[in-house]
Design a protein around this ligand. Structure first.
Ligand SMILES: [Zn+2]
Length: 271
């Protein structure tokens, strides 16, 4: 295993982000006025590209982003990934079987992949996976395939749930490319590090008891950091507890500008 981060830092300071946003908005505004005064616009500003997301199951996904293929928490039958290119980048969030499977990783074509994991996951690997693993601790970042990968804490807050996910062990991740930011929560409750996220375009947020949080907590946190899109995932559990429809209603009622996107995370199951 290798330690890949060059420095530890906290989340981005809010003020410089705001200043940058204001500067970008005002610059865009000026440019628009200028163009309108001289000649008709011939091009439409292209929004930053979002990755294409393929849900595999529960917490497992494949992202295709500008030619880079990213596997998030690959577990289960390797054949579930047959339809997708081999991974360039693999991110694992935590040690539990619904996020980390040495068997699945060994069965996949990881020959040219980078494998980014928390230390607790690396410690459970044997070679050749162990020597491939790159450790990224909470709050650190690294570059991979033109993406900045930042490890975000993930942990439980409720007294009775503290043992499920101890603070510091697992990683949520923010992936950033050309200003587009994608967040995978991993298994967590509505922690301040989630609520303080800035400028997230796509947010994948878990919700199930007893392991993570209620749909109410998830919706409340999402309304706080207000991503452009939110994708409920990791909601396997009692439907009366993990009611994703209710999550969507609460988010839309609180902020209709947030798009709630429901993907099929449990193919063949009644969710
Ligand atoms: Zn989980």
């Amino acid at each position: 295993m290798k330690r890949i981060f060059s420095h530890v830092r906290l989340l981005k300071p809010v003020i410089p982000m705001l200043a940058l946003t204001l500067c970008i908005s005002s610059c865009k505004e000026e440019k628009k006025t200028e163009t309108a005064a001289t000649e008709p616009a011939t091009t439409i500003e292209k929004p930053a590209a979002l990755p294409t997301v393929h849900p595999i199951s529960h917490a497992t996904a494949v992202l295709e982003w500008d030619g880079t293929t990213i596997y998030i928490d690959p577990v289960g039958e390797a054949s579930a990934f047959d339809a997708y290119p081999a991974p360039d980048l693999i991110l694992v969030t935590d040690i539990h079987g619904d996020h980390f499977s040495p068997e699945t990783l060994s069965a996949l074509d990881t020959g040219s992949a980078r494998l980014i994991v928390p230390e607790a996951v690396a410690k459970q690997m044997r070679n050749p996976l162990a020597e491939k693993a790159e450790i990224l601790p909470n709050g650190s970042e690294t570059e991979a395939f033109g993406l900045t990968v930042t490890a975000i804490p993930m942990y439980n807050l409720r007294e009775e749930a503290l043992d499920f996910h101890a603070k510091g062990r697992g990683n949520g991740y923010v992936l950033e490319k050309d200003g587009t930011r994608v967040y995978f929560s991993g298994d967590t409750e509505d922690i301040p590090e989630m609520r303080n996220l800035e400028a997230i375009d796509m947010a994948f947020v878990c919700m199930n008891l007893p392991f993570t949080m209620t749909v109410e907590s998830a919706a409340d946190a999402v309304l706080d950091f207000a991503p452009r899109q939110v994708y409920p995932y990791h909601y396997r559990g009692r439907p009366d507890v993990s009611d994703v429809n209710r999550f969507g209603e609460m988010v839309r009622a609180g902020n209709p500008d947030i798009e709630v996107v429901q993907l099929d995370w449990y193919p063949g199951e009644a969710y």
